[in-house]
Design a protein. Structure first.
Length: 583
């Protein structure tokens, strides 16, 4: 008698309506696909219902909405609305303006989430809801390689306040503050801890609402904040001064201290050797690196889509393991995120059809010759767009949608910032290093596959700084080579490390191996394939458009190679800089 095989269980997780909307699909608990809505709509941080991401996830599995067993939403709208009402009532009448703006949207859309999801999906099955922070915790723990772990909460509002005050965009520019911090002196730490934050030894804290405006107005900070620090917020796109650098250094110092105290408390309360991190502050890779080096935990694991996008994964995992009571299977040392390569991929035929439609000039190559040619181009200090395989899930480019360069070049950082990314010159670039060579370049004794740990460059690779160079202030220090891989060495000798293994991305790994054979360097510069203010590219059309708008030299649309000098003239009716809102 033939064995009866049960049909697979499909669970769709959704995050939406706050920022970084996303969808994630599980099949029998395994991640089939996950993507952020912004990659399809080309609107950075898109908070709308992720209809395109949902459509992609269903297509990746070859199913219809009727095949879904459950749909999960990463937050509880009624609970969220209750918290918002309590918050506004607590600051009446000052919060009235904010409530009058937010209230109608809640009543019209967000409180009727079932109706909205069913209409968009054409789905009649069960919809389940999780609590926001529980979704974050689940996204960190369930895919991790740990049987047990501790998990601390987040502190995003404080960091976002300083992001706003230093002239950058909230929920987008926090990483700029982190990158700016090493140029400054943390001279405002005492002011922050005395006036803004009541910080306890266990890492718990309360913000002094006298200085903040996010509850009662439409900005993060207020006049009292301005008076405390002696000036109004920096205007966006205005000059970055030593003051902004010092503010960034100060809030980064406080953030790291809070993260360390939280980690110590989590360890004391649980006694566990492993720590999982999610939430927006888990993207603070400097703080993560300090927890790894200085905290009490033996191991930490950070969800690569740590922000709200990862909540889609978290709620799906909660439904599978809690609601469906499915046991968890753990492979020690290996997570279940599959390198975060969970987004769309495109066949050679699809790529070729697009290139023919725009008259692109290209050459199709076999795998090994293409790897060797790309390595030669990088070794000659060309900037190469790299588009291959499935798009990454989360905010980091990890070698599927990346722009690559030679880390040995002292000019590469400025060249890529100004001519390719069109962004602030102070921002550092990250390295991708062969996983088996991590400790040869960095003070790091383990893989860092998701670019979420900052580590010092090895002492023996550093270049001593002269007294004259040490006397330089702020961004004047940028052009001083600090190691034999200067393009990825920040002014404090640190780097935001991504390691790559052959198991997760064979083409990217073998490219860097070929680069190492030519140069002796097992590292490349890796930055996200986009210009400032634009989401990371998703499709071949996105990639070619970005390639033609910038000063990239070559583009690999696997398995094709394109030379910028051979391409037809690029014409657009409107200057693309007018179409993209700067972050």
């Amino acid at each position: 008698m033939a064995e009866v095989v049960s049909p697979p269980n499909y669970i769709l997780g959704i995050s939406a309506f706050y920022h970084d909307s996303a969808a994630c699909l599980l099949r029998d608990g395994e991640i089939v696909a996950a993507a952020q809505e912004e990659r399809f709509t080309r609107q950075k941080g898109d908070a709308s219902l992720p209809e395109h991401a949902i459509e992609y996830c269903l297509q990746a599995a070859g199913i219809e909405p009727s095949d879904l067993d459950y749909v999960g939403f990463y937050d509880k709208p009624l609970l969220k609305f209750e918290r918002i009402l309590e918050t506004y009532l607590g600051v009446v009448p000052r919060g009235l303006r904010s409530f009058l703006m937010a209230g109608p949207l809640w009543i019209k859309d967000k409180l009727y989430m079932d109706r909205q999801l069913r209409r968009a999906l054409g789905y009649e099955g069960q919809i389940l809801y999780a609590e926001h922070h529980e979704s974050h915790a689940a996204s960190a723990f369930y895919p991790s390689p740990f049987d047990e772990s501790a998990w601390p909460d987040s502190l995003g509002l404080l960091y976002s306040a300083f992001t706003y005050y230093t002239g950058f965009k909230v929920n987008s520019g926090e990483y700029k503050v982190m990158g700016l911090a090493p140029y400054g002196d943390p001279k405002y730490v005492e002011t922050i801890l005395t006036e803004l934050v009541d910080l306890q030894e266990d890492g718990s804290f309360v913000l002094n609402q006298k200085y903040f405006n996010y509850l009662t107005g439409l900005t993060m900070t207020n006049g009292a904040f301005d008076r405390l620090f002696g000036a109004p917020p920096r205007k966006p796109e205005g000059p970055v001064t030593q003051r902004e650098m010092d503010l960034a250094a100060s809030v980064q110092h406080v953030c790291e201290e809070i993260m360390l105290r939280m980690a110590r408390t989590a360890h004391r309360d649980t006694g566990l050797p492993n720590l999982c991190l999610a939430g927006g502050v888990a993207l603070n890779c400097v703080g993560n690196g300090r927890i790894l080096r200085e905290g009490p935990f033996e191991n930490i694991w950070i969800q690569p889509a740590a922000g709200d996008a990862g909540g889609a994964l978290g709620v799906a995992q909660l439904i599978w393991h809690r609601h469906c009571s499915a046991p968890r299977q753990v492979t020690p040392g290996r997570d279940t995120m599959r390198g975060a390569y969970l987004g769309p991929e495109f066949s050679p035929e699809e790529i070729e059809a697009y290139m023919d439609s725009v008259g692109a000039v290209y050459r199709r190559m076999e795998r090994q010759p293409l790897l060797e040619k790309a390595a030669d181009l990088l070794a000659s200090e060309n900037v190469v767009g790299w588009f291959q395989g499935r798009m990454e899930f989360g905010p980091r480019a990890l070698g599927a949608r990346s722009i690559l360069g030679d880390p040995r070049s002292p000019a590469m950082q400025e060249q890529m910032n100004v001519k390719i990314k069109f962004r602030e010159s102070f921002r550092p670039f990250a390295p991708t290093v062969l996983e088996d060579r991590v400790s040869d370049y960095f003070e790091l004794d383990r893989p860092s596959p998701y670019m979420l740990l900052v580590a010092p460059v090895k002492e023996e690779r550093r270049i001593p700084i002269t007294e004259e160079q040490q006397a330089l202030f702020g961004i004047e220090r940028l052009n001083v080579p600090r190691s034999d891989i200067p393009a990825i060495t920040h002014v404090n000798y640190s780097a935001r490390v991504q390691s790559v293994s052959r198991e997760t991305n064979a083409e990217y790994y073998d490219l860097i191996r070929e680069f190492e054979r030519r140069t002796g360097c097992g590292v490349v510069v890796n930055t996200s394939f986009n210009v400032r203010g634009e989401p990371i590219v998703c499709t071949p059309a996105d990639a070619y458009t970005c390639f033609m708008r910038t000063n990239m030299d070559y583009l690999v649309l696997w398995p094709f190679l394109l030379d910028k000098a051979e391409q037809p003239e690029w014409k657009e009716e409107v200057d693309w800089r007018e179409l993209i809102e700067l972050d």
